[in-house]
Design a protein. Structure first.
Ligand SMILES: O=P(O)(O)OC[C@H]1O[C@H](O[C@H]2O[C@H](CO)[C@@H](O)[C@H](O)[C@H]2O)[C@H](O)[C@@H](O)[C@@H]1O
Length: 402
C-alpha cells in the first residue's frame, strides 16, 4: 500500500467513525492521530500529507477540501470545561497556564510578537467585512507594540487588515506575507530604514524594482509617501489575480451566500454562509476555473478556499523576512512569539520549530494537528496573554531600574 493510500484509508476510517455519530466531525484529526498512534505511524506527516493531497487539482480533491474545511472550523464546539485534560492539551498546554515558563525561556532575549488577525485578534464572524477588533484588543496591541516589535500577519490585504487594526506603529504582512510594510509612524520608520540599510550594506543588493522569481537574493524596499514597503514578491501576479477575481465573482454569483474576497495578491472564496449542500458544486466551480491557471494554487482555511500564486512564499517566510529586517537573522538573542489559529499559520510555527527559537501558540478550542507548542482558546485569551506580557515587561523593567 502506498503512503497516499494509507493516508486515505486512515482519513476514511476517521471520517466513518465520526459519521457514525459516535464523535463530532471536529474530532477527525484527533481520531486520525489516535489511529496513527495505534498503527505506529508518523501521525503528523500522514495527516498533513492527506490535506496536501487535496490541494492539487482534479478528481476527489473537492471532497477532501470540504472535509478539511469542516474539520478546521466546526459549527458546534463541545465545551471543554470541567473535563479531564486530553493528551492534546498535555502536548499543547495553555500559554496562560504556563506563562511563567514562557517568559523564563525568553529571559535576556528580545521578544518579537507576530499576530494573525482573523480568529486570533478578532472572533470569527459570518461576514468577513465585519470582523472588527474590540477597543480593548486595540489598546492591548498599542501596549504590546510599545514594548516589543509587533507584526500582524494575515491572509487579508494590508489595506483591509489595517482598516480593522488602525495602528501605524505595527508591521503588516498582508496577503499571507506577500505584501510586507513597515510602521508608518516616524520613529519606527527611521528604525526600519536604518535596519534595512545596514543589511543591504552587509549582505544584500538593494533594488527599486521587484523581480519576484529571485526572492532569495533581493530585498524590494521602496517608500510610498511615508510608508516603507518592504517586500512584494508576487507583484507580477496582480493582473492574473484580478482576472481570476472577476471570473470567480461571475461564476459564483448564483450561489446564495458565496463571497469572493480580493486580498490583492490572493483571493478568498467564502463558504461560511453557503448551504452545506452547495459546498461541493461551489468547490468544483472554483477548481474548474483554477484548471486554467497553473501558476495559481488552492489552499483551505476556515470555511474558505484561498487562491494564491505558486511562489514559495508563506507566513513562515514572512516571519523569517521580518526577523531578518529587524536585525535578528542569525541571532540567538531573539524570542519570537507567533500566535495564529489557521492552517496557514502552521508555516510560521514550523519555522520557529526549525529555528529552535521562540514559541508558536495555536488559537483553538478543539484538538488540531499543529506545530505550535502552546494553545489559547480564543481571541479573549489571546488578549489576556498579551496583557500579561505587557505587565511582565513593565514590572521587570521597573525592577531593573531599582
Ligand atoms: O490570516 P488571517 O488573518 O486569519 O486571514 C485568513 C482569512 O480570514 C478571513 O476569513 C475568516 O474570517 C472571516 C471573518 O471572521 C470568516 O467569515 C471566514 O469564514 C474565515 O475564513 C478573511 O475574510 C479571509 O480573506 C482570510 O484569508
Amino acid at each position: 500500500m502506498t503512503n497516499r493510500n494509507v493516508n486515505k484509508t486512515i482519513l476514511e476510517l476517521a471520517m466513518s467513525i465520526s459519521n457514525s455519530g459516535a464523535l463530532p466531525r471536529a474530532a477527525v484529526p484527533g481520531i486520525m492521530a489516535l489511529l496513527c498512534g495505534v498503527l505506529g505511524l508518523p501521525q503528523k506527516k500522514l495527516f498533513l500529507k492527506t490535506l496536501e493531497d487535496g490541494s492539487g487539482k482534479g478528481g476527489t480533491k473537492v471532497n477532501t477540501w470540504i472535509d478539511s474545511m469542516r474539520a478546521s472550523s466546526p459549527t458546534r464546539v463541545k465545551s471543554t470545561q470541567n473535563q479531564d485534560p486530553s493528551p492534546w492539551t498535555l502536548y499543547h498546554p495553555s500559554a496562560l497556564n504556563l506563562f511563567d515558563q514562557i517568559v523564563c525561556e525568553s529571559k535576556g532575549k528580545q521578544i518579537v510578537t507576530f499576530l494573525d488577525y482573523d480568529g486570533t485578534l478578532s472572533p470569527i464572524v459570518a461576514d468577513p467585512d465585519k470582523a472588527y477588533m474590540s477597543q480593548k484588543m486595540r489598546a492591548t496591541l498599542k501596549d504590546i507594540a510599545r514594548h516589543f516589535p509587533t507584526a500582524i500577519v494575515s491572509g487579508r490585504c494590508i489595506d483591509k487588515v489595517y482598516s480593522f487594526v488602525r495602528l501605524a506603529e505595527l508591521y503588516y504582512a498582508g496577503s499571507h506575507g506577500m505584501d510586507i510594510k513597515g510602521p508608518t509612524n516616524r520613529r519606527s520608520t527611521k528604525k526600519v530604514r536604518k535596519s534595512f540599510h545596514n543589511q543591504i550594506n552587509e549582505t544584500k543588493i538593494f533594488i527599486m524594482v521587484s523581480f519576484p522569481l529571485i526572492i532569495d537574493s533581493y530585498f524590494f524596499v521602496f517608500f510610498q509617501g511615508n510608508e516603507a514597503v518592504l517586500f512584494q514578491p508576487a507583484s507580477e501576479f496582480l493582473p492574473m489575480i484580478n482576472e481570476v477575481y472577476n471570473i470567480l465573482v461571475d461564476k459564483t454569483k448564483s450561489v446564495p451566500g458565496a463571497k469572493v474576497e480580493n486580498n490583492k495578491f490572493c483571493l478568498s472564496v467564502h463558504f461560511r454562509c453557503v448551504d452545506e449542500k452547495s459546498w461541493a458544486p461551489l468547490a468544483e466551480q472554483v477548481s474548474l476555473v483554477l484548471d486554467h491557471y497553473p501558476k495559481l494554487k488552492l489552499t483551505q482555511g476556515r470555511k474558505v478556499l484561498e487562491i494564491r500564486p505558486t511562489i514559495k512564499w508563506d507566513k513562515g517566510k514572512a516571519l523569517e523576512f521580518l526577523l531578518e529586517s529587524l536585525g535578528y537573522a542569525n541571532s540567538d538573542n531573539v524570542f519570537p512569539i507567533y500566535i495564529g489559529d489557521d492552517r496557514t499559520d502552521e508555516d510560521a510555527f514550523k519555522v520557529l520549530r526549525k529555528r529552535g527559537q521562540g514559541i508558536g501558540i495555536l488559537v483553538s478550542k478543539i484538538p488540531k494537528e499543529t506545530d505550535a507548542s502552546y494553545t489559547l482558546q480564543d481571541p479573549t485569551e489571546v488578549g489576556q496573554f498579551l496583557r500579561h506580557l505587557v505587565e511582565w515587561k513593565r514590572t521587570s523593567t521597573q525592577y531593573h531600574k531599582l
